[in-house]
Design a protein around this ligand. Structure first.
Ligand code: CMP
Length: 138
């Protein structure tokens, strides 16, 4: 069993597809271990995406991620990291396979509906960034 962090980004919340995204996770063997809706401050968004701080898109990404509420979830399942990423599709929706969340709903490489941890190391940073141990159900 593996855990991963998922975020439904401001564009996903705005489009009213929280339920649709969660349905795809639950329908594919991912269980929700923790979940909340929050609004990120600039500092919180910068801290979460600090690995991208030198990238040209960093400022715009932080602006986007603070533009509205997001839904953060800790998901658990067999190969949860890969499964979540397969369900989302490629970062750029134009390159994402048909039937993936990003191909179906995303409008650009930045406004791409969902985030998922890309490795066990990032999940190990990202889950505790949002959830304490007591917030994760057994
Ligand atoms: P995410 O999986 O959350 O990880 C980093 C985010 O940065 C990514 O999804 C996109 O929202 C954004 N991103 C990645 N590459 C680019 C890019 N070339 N231009 C704009 N935004 C990007």
């Amino acid at each position: 069993m593996e855990k991963t962090l998922s975020i439904i980004k401001p564009d996903g919340v705005e489009k009213g597809i929280i339920g649709e995204v969660i349905k795809r996770f639950e329908g594919n063997g991912l269980r929700i271990k923790a979940m909340k809706m929050i609004s990120l401050s600039q500092k919180e968004a910068e801290g979460f995406y600090y690995v991208h701080k030198e990238r040209p898109f960093f400022k715009s990404l932080v602006e986007f991620m603070t533009s509205g509420p997001i839904v953060v979830m800790a998901l658990e399942g067999e190969n949860a990291i890969k499964k979540n990423r397969d369900l989302m599709g490629a970062t750029d929706p134009k390159k994402a396979d048909k039937g993936t969340i990003r191909n179906d709903f995303a409008s650009s490489i930045e406004r791409n509906i969902a985030h998922g941890s890309d490795s066990p190391e990032s999940a190990g940073f990202e889950i505790p960034y949002f959830f304490s141990n007591i917030e994760l159900v057994n």
